[in-house]
Ligand binder design. Structure first.
Ligand code: EPZ
Length: 427
């Protein structure tokens, strides 16, 4: 298994290209199941999770061609997806267990084929992560759903019917599943308390291009008019706000100065506000935005994760890594996932001072971190340890790099190009 070795203490300087958003791309790829017409996605990041979604879609019968992208930076890939015929309506355990986002095929398969069997994803290292909201929404549209042999078995032989559904809790994935299912339902679907993440907006815009009328995009009420047929479409995936935020924190951690090309500050206002309060300067530029440390100390700031437009849970671990070196204390509260503090013991092995009280972590800044052998149990926890390693004294070796590869495209190359001493050790 690959490892990443970092020698800390180098300031990051230069430019980093922000890749296309993983979490916008995954549902857009699943949307290809809704139609036999081609869907072209541009600015697709080269990531393990994207490869897993390609594997899943191919076994449903989707033909996928990958070609080098045209986003001006020659990094993104262009995918052409064509679901001429659905050859299987089962999403097997072997693929779903690798990636929970596989559950996003449930809505489109059910809407198009009238049936779907999707393995229950089960819990994961950040929490129990049930799928009850996905199921409740589809049931409201007339689906019959049972759990059998570890699978969600959904049927709607006469198709789905538009309905009004209010989510009792905000869910990104369940909103996406329902929006996609509604695209082929008879009549109008109104979703209240919908998630408003930029990735949902991106999916809704992609579906609009595919010929699905959607009103209220970006608000908590989405109104979707079901159609009989979708159209061929081309969609450019938005830049990854979580990747951009992660690099912003890494730059701040090393007192660096880097322009994030293609980065969009408007998609990460809550995180930008917290970083500014901590003493980090973020300035919009013509090509993205620039991040540098204001003169002086990094200050401790309190952060609470919330659904968009609040501070994203996917940046919580990285912010905590930054706060380990701040002047003063920082209270970091995680309200989305119940066990998303798995990075804390590893950060403490590097010298961080963190105390967990239920859903909050009190981080007291320390004058220095020390490199160590560390490993993480999920993608964002993993990258938080890399951020700590960039500022730690000595050498940090990060194990289980496959977590990083799920969501960060060429992380070590991007950081090394800005002066970090970082390398991948193969095998
Ligand atoms: C998406 O996961 C993201 N994944 C996650 O990113 C992200 O952390 C999360 O949204 C929150 O922003 C993708 O977009 C592929 P949710 P999702 O449904 O859709 C509970 C990363 O690192 N819930 O919004 O699975 C759930 O347990 C990943 O890139 C139910 O109770 O998240 C959680 O507490 C990790 N019942 C809360 O809602 C349900 O049926 C929010 O989860 C569904 C969710």
């Amino acid at each position: 298994m690959d490892r990443i070795r970092i020698r800390g203490g180098r300031q990051l300087k230069g430019e980093i290209v922000v890749s296309g958003s993983k979490n916008a791309c995954l549902p857009a790829m699943a949307a290809a199941l809704l139609t036999d017409k081609p869907l072209v996605l541009k600015n697709v990041p080269r990531l393990a999770d994207i490869a897993t979604m390609m594997q899943l879609l191919r076994q449903h019968g989707v033909e996928i061609e990958a070609a080098p992208g045209e986003n001006g930076h020659a990094h993104g890939t262009r995918l052409t997806l064509k679901a001429g015929k659905i050859t299987s309506t089962t999403a097997p355990y072997d693929i779903v267990r690798k990636m929970r986002a596989s559950v996003l095929v449930l809505g489109p398969l059910l809407a198009r084929e009238g049936e779907a069997r999707v393995s229950l994803p089960g819990g994961c290292s950040i929490g129990a992560r049930p799928v009850d909201l996905h199921i409740a929404g589809l049931k409201a549209m007339g689906a019959r759903i049972d759990i059998d042999g570890g699978y969600i078995v959904a049927r709607a032989p006469k198709g789905l019917t538009g309905a009004r559904f209010t989510f009792p809790k905000v869910s990104v994935g369940a909103t996406e599943n329902l929006v996609m299912a509604a695209a082929l339902a008879k009549g109008t679907t109104v979703i209240d308390n919908a998630a408003r993440e930029p990735e949902i907006i991106d999916l809704a815009e992609c579906l609009t291009k595919m010929g699905v009328p959607i009103a209220g995009i970006g608000s908590e009420t989405l109104t979707i008019e079901g159609v009989e047929q979708l159209k061929p479409a081309t969609h450019v995936v938005i830049p990854d706000r979580i990747e951009a935020g992660t690099y912003a924190m890494a730059i701040a951690m090393t007192s660096g100065d880097v322009e994030l090309l293609g980065g969009r500050l408007d998609l990460m206002e809550a995180a930008a506000q917290s970083l500014r309060a901590a003493g980090v300067v973020l300035e919009k530029t013509n090509r993205g935005f620039r991040v540098r440390r204001a003169n002086g100390e990094l200050h401790g700031v309190d952060v609470m994760t919330e659904p968009y437009p609040g501070f994203p849970t996917d940046l919580q671990a990285q912010m905590m890594a930054l706060m380990t070196r701040a002047d003063g204390a920082s209270m970091i509260t995680e309200t989305i996932f119940e066990s998303r503090f798995m990075h804390v013991p590893e950060l403490m092995r590097m010298g961080a001072n963190v105390t967990i009280h239920h859903e909050s972590a009190l981080v007291r800044g320390v004058p220095k971190l020390r490199g160590a052998e560390v490993m993480a149990t999920d993608l964002r926890a993993s990258v938080s340890l890399a951020i700590a390693g960039l500022a730690a004294e000595g050498e940090t070796t990060l194990h289980r790099v496959y977590h990083l590869d799920r969501g960060y495209e060429r992380l070590e190359e991007k950081l090394a190009a800005c002066g970090a001493e970082i390398e991948r050790l193969k095998g």
